[in-house]
Design a protein around this ligand. Structure first.
Ligand SMILES: *Cc1c(COP(=O)(O)O)cnc(C)c1O
Length: 320
């Protein structure tokens, strides 16, 4: 039996994060409202510490370590943002961090992780089994593994963003959440079910990797090959045990969007809202735009999950 986190755990995480994570702004845009025919509220986790919501789950998980775990430290694997988040959270809590990252991780993410004091170990994402390398490290050196999404404390921490959103703007009719391994979506769903029970909760993933959609629709975790998409934060091969159990129970549906739609959204955020948003961070809004006929006149929440993207890559994507 899995011990799934509940909304109480999201509340406890919010207390641990108080004064450590930013309470990120909720922004609105007349242009977005006009385009969608709805009232849209953007929760801007691209403005979170380390540039993504991942700091919430990472800090919450490390804050729960006992004295022994703090001494030996943490190990994790990450396509970037979770690695940075673990490195900063570990630094703030005074414990050592080892971060496994794919060789093709954007340079800015590797540099930032090192900058925060994390030790970086690179691996080949198309050939190596990162979870096995991580398990070896944790067994040999006694490090505690905190994975990027499939962990109750990580899920509870990620849920604090939507808790803040709903406390600030009140109930919503629909909520769109970027989805990779499902930690953000699962945590968001826990918060939404408690604070806005009628709100439809939707996950959004890249069309090239719709494993979460297939999983929700078939009722079992579907595994896929690493998808080729510009949404590098959502290049996951499958949902986790914990995340799937919550998503299956709480999430209304999962949609997909193309890389081209993500680029259109990056351009929108830059031009209209003066926000730098990474491709993965655009998943939620891209789907909301696509489905606008479904919620005319309604109140719609969109989580912008992160803003970490190399500037050269950002410019290349926008000018293509
Ligand atoms: C990790 C990440 C996601 C996906 O989060 P999951 O909890 O794995 O579903 C989405 N956007 C950004 C910017 C991320 O860093």
């Amino acid at each position: 039996m899995l011990h799934l986190p509940h909304y109480d755990d999201v509340c406890a995480a919010a207390e641990r994060l108080h004064g450590q994570a930013h309470r990120t702004p909720v922004l609105t845009s007349r242009t977005a409202n006009q385009e969608l025919g709805a009232q849209v509220f953007f929760k801007c986790e691209n403005l979170q510490r380390t540039g993504a919501f991942k700091f919430r789950g990472a800090f919450n998980a490390l804050a729960r370590f006992d004295a022994q775990q703090r001494r030996t430290g943490v190990v994790t694997f990450s396509s970037g943002n979770h690695g940075q988040a673990i490195a900063l959270a570990a630094k703030l809590l005074g414990l050592p961090a080892t971060v496994l990252m794919p060789l093709d991780t954007p340079a800015s993410k590797i540099a930032a992780t090192k900058h925060y004091g994390g030790e970086v170990v690179l691996y080949d994402r198309y050939r190596d089994d990162r979870e096995q390398i991580c398990r070896d490290l944790s067994e040999q050196q006694g490090l505690t593994l905190i994975p990027p999404f499939d962990h109750p404390d990580v899920i509870a921490g990620q849920g604090t963003a939507v808790k803040e959103l709903l406390e600030e703007v009140g109930a919503l009719d629909a909520l769109f959440v970027c989805t990779g391994g499902g930690g953000l979506l699962a945590g968001s769903a826990l918060a939404a079910r408690a604070l806005a029970p009628q709100c439809k909760v939707y996950g959004v993933e890249p069309q090239a990797g719709n494993d979460a959609q297939q999983s929700l629709r078939t009722g079992a975790i579907v595994h896929i090959a690493t998808p080729k998409t510009i949404a590098d934060g959502a290049q996951t091969q499958h949902l986790g045990e914990y995340t799937f159990a919550i998503i299956r129970r709480e999430v209304d549906d999962i949609f997909t969007v193309t890389d081209g739609q993500l680029v259109d959204c990056m351009r929108f955020f830059a031009a209209r809202m003066k926000l730098v948003v990474e491709p993965t961070g655009c998943l939620g809004f891209a789907a909301a735009r696509e489905m606008k006929s479904e919620f005319q006149g309604q109140r719609v929440g969109v989580v912008i999950s992160g803003g970490n993207v190399d500037l050269e890559r950002y410019c290349a994507l926008l000018s293509a």
